[in-house]
Design a protein around this ligand. Structure first.
Ligand code: UTP
Length: 293
């Protein structure tokens, strides 16, 4: 019988060099989107998808993430003493969204290596990976969208979007065939990480979410360094795609790359335009500014 998807991994141990200088003192996953760090949105998405066990892969400089998901008795009692009950409850809710575990990747050897650290946490269950710097705002949480495909077809499924040709060389490219009767679902039987010009299979690339089955760990264990000298998760998924086939879902949702300066800024604007404390002020500021651009 198919096992339910209860577990997620959030690799968040990368150095984040694209966000330097800030990222050497503040983990990029802790950069705020209005008043919540990026990593909060990932845990919330997983929890809202029915996932109860979440392993965050971290490193020696990123303890702030662990603190954020802990209780905060000092802040809670200060808020309660001032009668600010709702805010106190909000802090408590964050600590109780899911069972959140932490494990250090001792060296940043790539996303494949980071996911490989989760082998005993995952054991023999299907699981979702949420890339630590990819925030996706959607109607249905993207993890849930992937789980729905897994529950129907019983195979690994990666979240994809079309990517502009000039960006494909920085991402990956998938070899796909459309699933009959669906315009958002494909079967995938190969993929390539950071293709050079002419090596692309299609303009579909994985963006931020994948649902994998535990066979991937033996493949990860046997990986050799790939693009950029890193152990690439894409190389492991490519082997799964070639050997047994996987699915690719063009998910519904807007993705923001919090590992890039522009992604960080746009995510803040989009969220700021819906946040009750900032929406009105930000809207009129933007309108004003747009007139001067
Ligand atoms: P990126 O390639 O975007 O992250 O990895 P990076 O290496 O931190 O970024 P730059 O290029 O130096 O700016 C995607 C995700 O995988 C995690 C990152 O934290 C990020 O969330 N990752 C990457 C790890 O956990 N370990 C690694 O060794 C590499």
């Amino acid at each position: 019988m198919m096992k339910p998807v209860r577990k997620a991994i959030i690799p968040a141990a990368g150095l984040g060099t694209r966000m330097l200088p800030i990222s050497h003192a503040v983990p990029k996953e802790m950069l705020p989107i209005v008043d919540l760090p990026a990593i909060y949105h990932l845990v919330e998405e997983a929890a809202a998808s029915g996932i109860t066990e979440i392993l965050i892969i971290t490193n020696r400089d990123k303890d702030a993430m662990e603190d954020f998901f802990d209780l905060s008795p000092e802040y809670e009692s200060a808020l309660l003493a001032k009668g600010r009950t709702e805010e106190a409850e909000k802090i408590r809710r964050i600590a109780n969204m899911a069972n959140v575990y932490f494990l250090r990747q001792k060296e940043a050897k790539g996303l494949g290596h980071a996911v490989g650290r989760a082998k005993s946490f995952v054991s023999d269950e299907p699981f979702v990976v949420l890339y630590g710097d990819d925030i996706i705002f959607s109607e249905t949480p993207v993890c849930r969208q992937l789980i729905d495909v897994y529950e129907k077809y019983g195979k690994a499924c990666v979240g994809v979007k079309p990517v502009a040709p000039e960006l494909l060389t920085k991402y990956c490219s998938l070899k796909v065939d459309a699933v009959f009767g669906r315009d958002d679902l494909y079967t995938c039987d190969d993929m390539i990480e950071k293709p050079k010009k002419g090596e692309e299979f299609s303009n579909l690339s994985i963006l931020g979410r994948v649902l994998l089955t535990p066979e991937v760990f033996d493949i990860i264990d046997a990986l050799t360094p790939g693009a950029g000298g890193e152990y690439q998760l894409t190389d492991a998924m490519a082997k799964m795609a070639r050997e047994g086939g996987i699915y690719a879902l063009e998910f519904e949702g807007d993705r923001y790359d919090m590992g890039s300066k522009l992604g960080f800024l746009t995510a803040n604007i989009v969220k700021g335009l819906t946040h009750p404390e900032t929406a009105e002020g930000l809207r009129s500021f933007i309108k004003d500014l747009a007139g001067k651009l």
